[in-house]
Every structure is written in structure tokens, then in C-alpha cells.
Design a protein around this ligand. Structure first.
Ligand SMILES: *Cc1c(COP(=O)(O)O)cnc(C)c1O
Length: 411
């Protein structure tokens, strides 16, 4: 049983508790959506102000070198690398996850000439599937977007599959795929593996190189706390960097951009996968987010996230059973990533009512309520208080109002 005294004790004994102070969070807010947009690191406001008031205002164009703007995609990539089991020089921070998926698929196809299919699972995050479909349309069907049921992916491998695109932690259920085992099976079939780590990076320990992964990408604004629309990251295993083609062959991926030659000559290293001018403001905010992780380690964060998730599930069954919530995430702490999802036929209205009461999660159509359990800044007491508010919302039917039924474009 989780009484309030034992929950307070969990917070008192939490070695990660001081890290909450690294974030600017409004008092009274229970923020359970760090899996969708992380809160601002305290350092971000100051760092961005310095960038604008000093580096940009005073340094102007000289800051590309003097303030290290030009190296920021690599510098930030190198700071993300240890969180995902990559080596220095294997990660850049640039573009969006969607664009990086396209870059990864094109690079993989260039390494597997003759193979013409990209394989993924139905129910993957939509942009992953949409980018595959865009590639199919663009090539007039020469490259096939093969989308199969989640449990049919490995069975569908054949010698036409150039690459497999999968998300390690599912955005709805938070169920975790075995990165190493899947990569091995894909390699056994002669294909390459592209991992979408949007819900993994900064949430669970990831070891891309131990798994022999080929390509990966993921968001900067979710668990990495890089701010709205933060640059994403892209991983290319060192062994593929010189061989694979950068299809978005912009000047920043050129061997010598400032030679201004007419012919494209790709950089030999990860630089090749840059396209245009880095988005420096975004990179600087992302860097602040990533640096917080260097104060702890992914194992410790994972342990606390598992405990927060366990507490959430246990308290929901203790205090909210009978209100129609169905757990939509794995109950096994080892198989569940950084959020807990419940199905409910009135999920949309319930989430609107919770938000009005300062419990922020999100809703994923058609019926999923998602609650992020982000260990950097959440307290065990936040989980307990959130479940109490969910209980109140249900017991008093607070969700049952017309205002909460109005659908907005952004959930
Ligand atoms: C959030 C998310 C994305 C988002 O991609 P953007 O290009 O940043 O909008 C992609 N894939 C997965 C699995 C996600 O969860």
C-alpha cells in the first residue's frame, strides 16, 4: 500500500530529487507530458539571452567561428552520443526527426543497391510511415513502402528489403522493442536497421553500437528538453559514414562548403549528413537540455522512471478502479518506457478536465490518455497527487462538460 507517508519517504530518499531544481516549472503544476515537450532547463533563458545580446548583437557574423556556432550540430551531437550508446563523431543535431528519417532511408538504400523496399509496422508514429510513403511516391513506386502488422515485421524480411524503420519505444503504449535482437534479425536478412529513438533518448538506456545499429534519429524536444521544435539528432554508424549517400546534399554537407565549387563533394564524416545552415538558437537551447543529463546517468534515471510508472499504475488500480480505465502500456516495468497510457472511451474529455486542474498529460486518438513519468523533475508525490485529481475528476464527473468535448487541432 502506498500511503502518503511512504510516498513522502520515497521523495526524501530520492538521489535524483535535486535535479528538479534544474528546471523552470510553475508551482502547483503536475507536468506529465515531458515525453511530448520537456520543460525549459533553467540555464536556457540565460544562455539564449547571451546568444542574442552578445554573440549575435556584438559578434554578428564573426560568431560563426568565435562563438562556435558553426560546430554546434557536431558539438551537441557529441553530447547526445553517450545517451544513446554512440561514439563521438557519430551523431549530429540537425533538422527534424521526419527529415532525418528521410536522410536515413536514402542513405540505407544507397548501401543496398538492388533492394527496393523499406519495411515498417502499422501503428508506427505517423510521420515515419508518411515519410516512407513520400519516398514511394517520389520514386513512382520504385521504392516500396512496406507496412505490415507489428508482429509480422521480422517475418516479412526478404531480400528485397533494404532497411527496416522501427520506433524503439512506442509512442502510444510505451512498449519497448529489443534493440539488439531486432537489429540482429534485420542484419541476418541482409537489411539495415533505422531506429527512431524519439521516445528513447533521455528516457531509457540505449546502446546503439553494442546492438550494431546502422542509423538512428530522434527528437530533441521530448525527453531531451531542447524546447519546442528543437533540432532532432541523427546517428550514422562510423562504418557507414564514408559509404552511404547523403541525398539532401546541401552545402553544409560538402567537404569544403566555403570553397564554393559547382560540384558536390561530400564530407567524409558525419558532416555529410548536414544539409543547410544550422539553426543555432535551437541548438543552443537543446544543448542546455542535454547537459542536464551529464549530471546523472541513464541507469539511475531509468530506475526512477520505472518506480514512478509502477506507482502510477498501482495507485490507479487502488484509487481509480471502476472508472473504466484500461492500462494500455505493458504492466511489466522492464517492458515499459517513459510514459504510462490508459484507454478510456471519454479519454479526450477527461484529459481536458485534468489540464484545467493543472495535471498535464496528453491524448492520442482514438482513446489513449498518456502520462509521462520523467524522472529528472517529477516527484513521487506528483504522481500521487495526479491520481487523486484523476479520482476527483471521475468521482465528480468533472469531465462531463460540453466545453471539454470541443476538439482542438493539437492534442
Ligand atoms: C514525436 C515523434 C516524431 C516527431 O517527428 P518530428 O519530425 O519532430 O515532428 C517522430 N517519430 C516518433 C516516434 C515520435 O514520437
Amino acid at each position: 500500500m502506498a500511503d502518503s507517508e511512504s510516498i513522502e519517504n520515497l521523495d526524501r530518499c530520492d538521489p535524483l530529487a535535486p535535479l528538479r531544481g534544474e528546471f523552470a516549472l510553475r508551482d502547483g503544476l503536475i507536468y506529465l507530458d515531458g515525453n511530448s515537450l520537456g520543460p525549459p532547463p533553467r540555464t536556457a533563458a540565460q544562455r539564449i539571452a547571451r546568444m542574442v545580446d552578445v554573440e549575435w548583437k556584438d559578434g554578428l557574423i564573426t560568431s560563426w567561428l568565435a562563438a562556435d556556432w558553426s560546430s554546434s550540430p557536431r558539438r551537441v551531437g557529441d553530447k547526445i552520443a553517450p545517451l544513446i550508446g554512440a561514439a563521438p563523431g557519430e551523431v549530429i543535431a540537425a533538422d527534424s526527426t521526419s527529415i532525418n528519417l528521410f536522410k536515413c532511408m536514402a542513405a540505407a538504400l544507397s548501401l543496398r543497391p538492388g533492394r527496393r523496399a523499406i519495411l515498417s509496422e502499422a501503428g508506427n508514429f505517423p510521420t515515419d510511415l508518411y515519410m516512407m510513403q513520400g519516398l514511394e511516391n517520389f520514386t513512382d513506386g520504385r521504392i516500396a513502402a512496406r507496412i505490415v502488422a507489428a508482429d509480422q515485421v521480422l517475418e516479412s524480411l526478404d531480400d528485397d528489403v533494404a532497411a527496416v524503420v522501427l520506433t524503439q519505444v512506442h509512442y502510444k503504449s510505451a512498449s519497448i522493442r529489443d534493440l539488439a535482437a531486432v537489429t540482429r534479425r534485420v542484419h541476418d536478412a541482409g537489411a539495415l536497421m533505422i531506429w527512431d529513438l524519439s521516445h528513447s533518448a533521455g528516457s531509457i538506456p540505449v546502446d546503439l553500437n553494442a546492438a550494431g545499429a546502422d542509423f538512428a534519429t530522434g527528437c530533441g524536444y521530448k525527453f531531451l528538453n531542447g524546447g519546442p521544435g528543437a533540432p532532432a539528432f541523427m546517428f550514422v554508424a562510423a562504418r557507414h559514414q564514408g559509404q552511404s549517400q547523403a541525398v539532401l546534399s546541401g552545402w553544409f554537407g560538402h567537404r569544403d562548403p566555403f570553397a564554393f565549387t559547382d560540384d558536390y563533394q561530400p564530407a567524409a564524416d558525419i558532416q555529410r549528413f548536414l544539409c543547410g545552415t544550422p539553426t543555432v538558437l535551437g541548438l543552443i537551447a537543446l544543448e542546455c537540455g542535454v547537459e542536464v543529463f551529464h549530471q546523472t546517468d541513464m541507469q539511475a534515471l531509468r530506475r526512477k522512471a520505472q518506480r514512478l510508472g509502477r506507482l502510477f499504475i498501482d495507485l490507479m488500480s487502488e484509487r481509480c478502479s471502476g472508472y473504466g480505465f484500461d492500462l494500455a502500456s505493458p504492466d511489466d516495468d522492464e517492458l515499459r518506457g517513459g510514459h504510462v497510457s490508459f484507454r478510456h472511451p471519454h479519454g479526450y474529455e477527461i484529459m481536458q478536465a485534468l489540464k484545467a486542474n493543472d495535471v498535464i498529460g496528453d491524448f492520442r486518438a482514438p482513446d489513449i490518455l498518456r502520462f509521462g513519468v520523467t524522472p529528472l523533475y517529477l516527484r513521487y508525490m506528483d504522481i500521487s497527487n495526479a491520481v487523486d485529481i484523476i479520482h476527483d475528476t471521475m468521482a465528480k464527473s468533472l469531465w462531463d462538460r460540453d466545453a471539454y468535448r470541443i476538439r482542438t487541432g493539437f492534442t
